[in-house]
Design a protein around this ligand. Structure first.
Ligand SMILES: [Mn+2]
Length: 397
């Protein structure tokens, strides 16, 4: 794993380059092959433009990235993969989980996947600082949404676990657009079905612990880690919870964290020890005896002022640049097996800012997976077990 993307000036101060100078040079090293393929496909499928158009890369019908305000909104305008049996042909599969029946207060995250996809049209596949161009370096598809059952969490969980297990076992890297945080249990269960006897550490960004057994008599979005860490493949001692705090943390969940000895850092812990030390803490504990890391990013880990469109906004959270720094450095230094971004609730959002934050988290994560050499994959990851174990996580009444 490389560290070169976290800006480190060269030791000789005479030749010190700014990050911006490095970025300018990195851009020159990127290919244009993916872009040219997209243009050719656009001209073929979308017809050559009217004669008055001087730029002959423009088709008549919008195909691909441009114009940003046009087109069908898959995530980052990635190809929509209707036939999910072919998902293993791609490095990354984005999947929506429009489930908000696990919400205990403000609903609306069933519209999260659509909201994230819509504002993701604002983004190009290129990132300045890292010099990553996703279109040139990986293949990405959007498989659409899991068919969830709004009136029934448990049936929805079964659908989610089956869908995530399918993507994960294909070798494609799953990126999950929530949905409320109740989906954290069935997503991890889907991964665990294909881990054999391997283990996963969970790194959980949140203001809330989400560790109680039930809430309002069901397995709600306050409960995923009680059930996930009950599975033998996902030990509680490898659950790292970053950004926890405030006035919305249920005491029954705190009791479970204490009993199972999960690893919690508050926002104050993180800022006082420093971001790099917090990353070290997270990696040490999540990777202790495990084979991979699953990242569950609740958008509400960020200060409520930046993410109003969420179910349980809590002031005092991480700054966006702190959260992104932690996330990027964690991903660049751990074998990551999946990522979910949850609790984006467009009906409560303002100017799409919460959905945009989720888009940023996902795009940064993809860049970090490429920078660290994890994607594109040269071989199937060692933790991936071909045969499904349907017994995992099936024992709760
Ligand atoms: Mn939360």
């Amino acid at each position: 794993m490389t560290e070169d993307s976290v800006f480190q000036p060269p030791e000789d101060s005479d030749i010190r380059q700014t990050q911006a100078q490095q970025a300018l040079e990195r851009e020159a090293q990127l290919s244009l092959t993916g872009w040219q393929q997209e243009v050719s496909r656009g001209l073929e499928y979308g017809l050559e433009a009217a004669e008055s158009i001087r730029d002959r890369t423009i088709p008549t019908f919008s195909r691909g990235e441009l114009p940003h305000f046009a087109g069908i909104n898959t995530f980052l305008k990635a190809p929509y993969l209707e036939d999910v049996r072919r998902v293993g042909d791609y490095d990354i599969a984005v999947v929506g989980v429009p489930h908000d029946s696990g919400t205990t207060y403000r609903p609306g995250t069933r519209f999260g996947p659509q909201g994230i996809r819509r504002i993701s049209a604002l983004y190009t596949p290129y990132n300045f600082e890292t010099g990553i161009d996703l279109r040139e370096q990986i293949t990405l598809c959007d498989v659409g949404d899991i068919f969830t059952i709004p009136a029934n969490n448990e049936k929805s969980f079964d659908q989610i676990s089956k869908g995530i297990a399918h993507i994960f076992s294909s070798g494609a890297f799953p990126i999950i657009l929530g949905g409320d945080h109740s989906i954290g249990f069935p997503t991890v269960r889907g991964v665990c079905r294909h881990l054999g006897d391997k283990k996963v550490g969970i790194i959980h960004f949140d203001r809330h612990v989400d560790t109680q057994e039930t809430d309002l008599d069901e397995r709600m979005h306050t409960c995923p880690w009680f059930h996930a860490t009950h599975m033998k493949n996902a030990p509680a001692q490898n659950l790292v919870q970053l950004g926890i705090g405030g006035w919305q943390v249920p005491r029954q969940g705190v009791k479970v964290c204490r009993e199972r000895a999960t690893n919690i850092l508050t926002v104050t812990d993180i800022t006082e020890m420093g971001l790099d030390a917090a990353v070290d803490y997270a990696l040490e504990r999540a990777l202790d005896g495990t084979d991979c890391v699953y990242v569950s990013f609740d958008i509400d880990c960020i200060d409520a002022g930046f993410v109003p469109g969420t179910g349980w906004p809590e002031p005092g959270g991480l700054l966006p640049r702190e959260a992104l720094y932690l996330l990027n450095k964690i991903i660049r230094n751990a074998p990551v097996c999946g990522l979910e971004v949850v609790e984006v609730s467009p009906p409560y959002d303002i100017s799409d800012m919460t959905a945009l934050m989720a888009t940023r988290v996902i795009c940064d994560a993809m860049a970090s997976l490429v920078l660290s050499g994890q994607l594109p994959r040269t071989q199937r990851p060692g933790y991936l077990h071909a045969e499904a174990n349907l017994e995992v996580g099936a024992d709760w009444e």
